[in-house]
Write a protein that binds this ligand. Structure first.
Ligand SMILES: *Cc1c(COP(=O)(O)O)cnc(C)c1O
Length: 393
């Protein structure tokens, strides 16, 4: 497929995909490079949400929900396929954080048990594990935050945690953890691996074999805000101890699977229908094509921003995926630069050290494009970043 050439001569593959993806969304005058916070929804997603809300007003919310049971089940199926789980293993939640909270509340583990997580793991998840009364012990990572699987294997020969929690793709820099190797290392000891896939879903393929996976549809899948997911593998579902309200339990006599008892009954159902459409569009355009172009856009953007004064690269240009992190020089305030960029229509984020408090030493400026970003945007962004990084005039 014909690509395009960025200013540095780096090929971004499949320009046609970028155009097809952009054609499904309203034009932006600025530059949205903040998918890792919240992707841009398509017109079809928003139309589906509006249509379901109209059906709720016409038919009543609960009847309207029952009417689209098949569509919701197709969405669970597609989520399961992307996560390496079956449709029956998947529940909807409101966000990645609520999914983890629900999972931990029901997970068969005693307070005081030891759990392992990479030192670079998502800070709020480490806090949630500790809040549940679990003792978090950190797994060694390299300077970029990549899990040291050899060290994990060696440690497993000596001791066993109650579970291993891994953030499959980091949010603050371009790191994809060696998830398959980690799952394979834990399997012989029957140590369950719980994956945070909030950034990984839609950006990277994921291997099967985790005990549970959770995340949100609003990032690289570009679903609406307020809809997340939780998947629990079959053998672990029977062991869950759901703290569902009695009403929910009684309302579902023929309840499909235990994981569904962790799904909130009262929810943004129109948003779930919207996520179903986002998943359908993701499959229509092709997960492999999307992931391949995201990778290319990420590389080209890292190359394009490599020499902007005031910044150094957070990751090598060849790092995986579409997250681009820049470390500010001492005199540069990333919060101020982000605000200036926003005034020029550039939407990005500052990733503070709270995202990985055991590993990050300072804030990073984070760009997270989707497949619509093209080489002309990269040249423009490099110029704007240079302008916005100078002293206040
Ligand atoms: C965004 C994010 C979360 C939190 O997701 P919410 O839906 O906002 O709760 C968790 N983990 C990672 C890695 C994230 O990037």
């Amino acid at each position: 497929m014909p690509g395009e050439t960025s200013a540095q001569g780096l090929e971004i593959p499949d320009a046609a995909l970028g155009r097809a993806w952009a054609a499904r969304r309203p034009r932006t005058t600025g530059l949205h490079v903040d998918t890792a916070a919240c992707g841009r929804t398509s017109r079809a997603v928003r139309a589906r949400i509006a249509r379901h809300q109209a059906a709720e007003a016409r038919r009543g919310g609960y009847v309207a929900e029952a009417d689209i049971a098949e569509e919701l089940s197709e969405a669970r199926d597609r989520l399961g396929a992307l996560l390496g789980f079956a449709a029956d293993d998947v529940a909807f939640t409101e966000s990645a954080s609520t999914a983890l909270a629900q999972l931990l509340a029901a997970w068969p583990v005693e307070a005081g048990a030891v759990v392992w997580a990479p030192r670079s793991d998502w800070g709020p998840s480490l806090a949630a594990l500790a809040d549940r009364g679990l003792r978090v012990e950190l797994l060694e990572v390299d300077s970029r935050g990549v899990l040291d699987v050899d060290a994990l294997r060696a440690r497993l020969r000596r001791e066993r945690p109650a579970l291993v929690h891994v953030t499959a793709a980091l949010s603050h820099r371009a790191v994809l953890q060696p998830v398959a190797e980690c799952v394979a290392a834990c399997a012989p000891y029957e140590v369950p691996v719980v994956l945070d896939t909030a950034q990984a879903l839609g950006q990277f393929p994921l291997p099967a074999g985790a005990a549970a996976a959770y995340g949100t549809g609003r990032k690289f899948l570009c679903g609406p805000r307020g809809v997340g997911y939780l998947a629990v593998a079959d053998p672990w579902q029977a062991k869950l101890v759901p703290r569902a309200p009695a009403l929910a339990a009684r309302a579902w006599p023929g309840e499909p699977r235990p994981v569904r008892r962790l799904e909130s009954r009262e929810a943004f159902v129109a948003g779930r229908a919207g996520l179903a459409v986002a998943l359908r569009e993701f499959h229509e355009l092709g997960p492999e094509r999307i992931m391949h172009r995201l990778d290319g856009v990420g590389r080209a953007m890292r190359a394009a921003l490599a020499d902007v004064a005031g910044w150094s690269a957070g990751d090598p240009a060849s790092a995986p995926g579409a997250i681009v992190a820049l470390r500010p020089d001492e005199h540069v305030d990333p919060v101020e630069v982000r605000a200036r960029l926003l005034r020029h229509g550039v939407v990005c984020s500052v990733a503070g050290p709270e995202r990985a408090p055991q590993h990050m030493t300072g804030p990073l400026l984070r760009f997270s494009p989707h497949v619509d970003v093209h080489s002309g945007d990269l040249v423009r962004l490099a110029g704007l970043l240079a302008r916005c990084s100078g002293p206040v005039r």
